[in-house]
Design a protein around this ligand. Structure first.
Ligand code: BG6
Length: 491
C-alpha cells in the first residue's frame, strides 16, 4: 500500500467467467450434456426435457476455440488473475464414467499453458452451475449422497492433473444460491413445489461435505494449494428501524451466512440447528461427515457482489425486486440497472467488513459488474463502446474495496464478472453485457463473434497498471467522505 493507493502489492486484478457461459462447443471433444443444455432461458423458465437449438450456450462466445486470443486481450489489460470454471461434463461426460475424458482435460491444459505464457494466475471454479445432466436425471442431483463420490472422483482427477500449476481453487459457485435455484445450483430435478426442506438441506449438506472433501484432497495434493468457498454475497438491510424488520434481516442473513459459517468454522452454527429443529428437518449427518467438515475448513472466503437487499417483517411492504437470484425488497435509496438490480457500491464495503469481522479469513471478490445494453459506435480508432456507465459502476465499487482495505480487511483480489461479453446466467441473453470486450453476437444467435475493445478496456488497464491509484472517489459515488466533512462520528 502507498499513499496514493490502498491496494497492497501483489493484489490480484482480473476477471471471472464460467465454462457454460463462454466455451460453447457443447458437444465437441467428447463433452457430455450439462444441466445448462436444458436451460435455454436461464432460470426464468423450467428446464426442457432435452437440449434445444435456441440455447445460446451451445456456441456461447466460442472461447473453446478462441481462448488464446481472448487470454491475450486479458493480458493486454494487465490481468494478474483469471477465474474460469471447468465443465464437469467435459471431464466426466456421464457423471459416473470410470475414466476421465482426455480431450476435455487437454483443453484445460491448453488454457493453463496460455495463462502461464502471460503470467496470469488461474483461479479455478470446480463446479459453476454446470452439473452433468446425467447426475440430475439419474440421482436428482445433490439430494443423493452418491454424488459426493462422483464429485470426489472428478476432483481427484482435477487436482492430480492441475494441482501443481493452479494455486487458487473454488469449490461450488455461489453455493448458497441452491436456496433459490435448486436445479441450476444443485442439479435437483424435483420441482421446487414438491421439494421438501429436508431434501433441500440434505442436498446442501452433501455439497458442504463434498466441498470439505475437495479441500482435503487439494491440501494433500499440494500444500501450497489454497481452497476457498464461494458464496453469493448480499448485505441484508432492515427496510425500517422497526426491530421486527431488524430481526427479519438477521434471519435472511443467517440463511446465507450458514454456508460460509460451516466452511470456515467446520460445524453447523446454533441458529441453523434451531432452524432445522423448528422446521422438522432431520438430516443424515454421519460421524465421518462431521469429521470432514471440522478438519478441512477453507483457506479463504470468496464471493460475488452485485447488490444489497432490504428485508421487512411486514408482508404489505414486501415489494419484490428482481435480483441476482435473491430478489429482496426494494431499497428506496438506490438506483437500479436495466435488469432491476439495485446498485450499491457502499454495500461492498459493508460486506467486506462483515465477512472479515466474522471469519478473519482472507477475502476474494470473484465477481462484480454491471449487466447493461451496449451500443457499438464508430470511434476515432475504429468501432468501440463508450461505456461510461460501466466505468462509473466499477470505479465506485473499487473505491469501496479500497475503503475496506483501509478499514483493515484482508482482500486477496478482485475479478470483474464477465471481462468479455458472455451469455447471462439468469436470462440466457447476450444483450445483458458485462465485458470490457464486446462480442458481436445477438440474442437471436446471429453475429460474427468479433471481439472489440470498449472504452472500459482502457480504463481497467490503467487501474491495474496504477494498482488502483487512478480510481476516483466521486461525490455521487456513495459513502466516500474526507475526514473534514464527516457529518457525524459514532466513535
Ligand atoms: C452470478 C453467477 O450469480 O451472477 C454468474 O455466478 C452470473 O454465473 C452472474 O452470470 C451475473 O448474472 P447474470 O444473470 O446477469 O448473468
Amino acid at each position: 500500500m502507498t499513499e496514493s493507493t490502498p491496494f497492497p502489492d501483489g493484489f490480484l486484478w482480473g476477471g471471472a467467467t464460467a465454462a457454460n457461459q463462454i466455451e460453447g462447443a457443447f458437444d465437441e471433444g467428447g463433452k457430455g450434456l450439462s444441466i445448462q443444455d436444458v436451460l435455454p432461458r436461464g432460470i426464468l423458465e423450467p428446464r426442457t426435457p432435452a437440449p434445444t437449438s435456441d440455447n445460446l450456450k451451445q456456441t456461447a462466445i466460442d472461447f473453446y476455440h478462441r481462448y488464446a486470443d481472448d487470454i491475450a486481450l486479458f493480458a493486454e489489460m494487465g490481468f494478474t488473475v483469471f477465474r474460469f470454471s471447468i465443465a464437469w461434463s467435459r471431464i466426466f461426460p456421464n457423471g459416473d464414467d470410470e475414466h476421465p475424458n482426455e480431450d476435455g482435460l487437454a483443453f484445460y491444459d491448453r488454457v493453463l499453458d496460455e495463462l502461464e505464457r502471460h503470467g496470469i494466475e488461474p483461479l479455478v471454479t470446480i463446479s459453476h452451475y454446470e452439473t452433468p445432466l446425467a447426475i440430475a436425471d439419474r440421482f436428482d442431483g445433490w439430494i443423493s449422497r452418491k454424488v459426493i463420490g462422483l464429485f470426489e472422483r472428478y476432483v481427484r482427477v482435477l487436482f492430480s492433473r492441475y494441482g501443481h500449476r493452479v494455486r487458487y481453487w473454488l469449490t461450488f459457485n455461489e453455493i448458497n444460491s441452491v436456496l433459490h435455484a435448486p436445479f441450476m445450483s444443485g442439479g435437483i430435478n424435483t420441482p421446487v413445489a414438491e421439494l421438501s426442506k429436508t431434501q433441500l438441506y440434505q442436498a446442501i449438506h452433501h455439497e458442504l461435505v463434498a466441498s470439505a472433501l475437495a479441500t482435503k484432497i487439494g491440501h494433500e495434493t499440494n500444500p501450497d494449494i489454497r481452497v476457498g468457498c464461494m458464496v453469493l454475497g448480499v448485505p441484508v438491510y432492515p427496510l425500517t428501524p422497526d426491530p421486527a424488520d431488524v430481526l427479519a434481516a438477521l434471519e435472511t442473513d443467517h440463511a446465507n451466512l450458514m454456508f460460509s459459517d460451516v466452511h470456515v468454522r467446520g460445524r453447523y452454527p446454533g441458529y441453523a440447528q434451531r432452524y432445522f429443529r423448528d422446521h422438522g428437518i432431520e438430516l443424515e449427518v454421519t460421524a465421518a461427515d462431521r469429521e470432514l467438515l471440522a478438519e478441512h475448513t477453507v483457506d479463504f472466503v470468496s464471493f460475488s457482489y452485485y447488490m444489497s437487499v432490504c428485508e421487512t417483517a411486514d408482508p404489505a411492504k414486501r415489494i419484490a425486486r428482481e435480483g441476482n437470484l435473491m430478489g429482496g425488497v426494494a431499497n428506496p435509496h438506490l438506483a437500479e440497472s436495466a435488469w432491476g438490480w439495485q446498485i450499491d457500491p457502499g454495500g461492498l464495503r459493508v460486506i467486506l467488513n462483515q465477512f472479515w469481522d466474522r471469519w478473519n479469513k482472507p477475502l476474494f471478490i470473484v465477481e462484480n459488474g454491471l449487466g447493461a445494453h451496449d451500443d457499438l459506435v464508430d470511434g476515432p480508432d475504429g468501432p468501440t463502446v463508450v461505456d461510461d456507465y460501466r466505468i462509473a459502476y466499477l470505479n465506485d465499487h473499487l473505491v469501496q474495496v479500497g475503503e475496506a482495505i483501509r478499514d483493515g480487511v484482508d482482500v486477496l483480489g478482485y475479478c470483474t464478472w464477465g471481462p468479455i461479453d458472455l451469455v447471462s446466467a439468469s436470462t440466457a441473453q447476450m444483450s445483458k453485457r458485462y465485458g470490457f470486450i464486446h462480442v458481436d453476437r445477438s440474442d437471436d444467435g446471429t453475429g460474427t463473434l468479433t471481439r472489440t475493445r470498449k472504452k472500459s478496456f482502457h480504463w481497467y488497464a490503467d487501474v491495474i497498471a496504477s494498482n488502483g491509484a487512478t480510481l476516483e472517489a466521486r461525490s455521487d459515488g456513495c459513502g466516500v467522505r474526507s475526514a473534514s466533512d464527516e457529518p457525524r462520528s459514532p466513535w
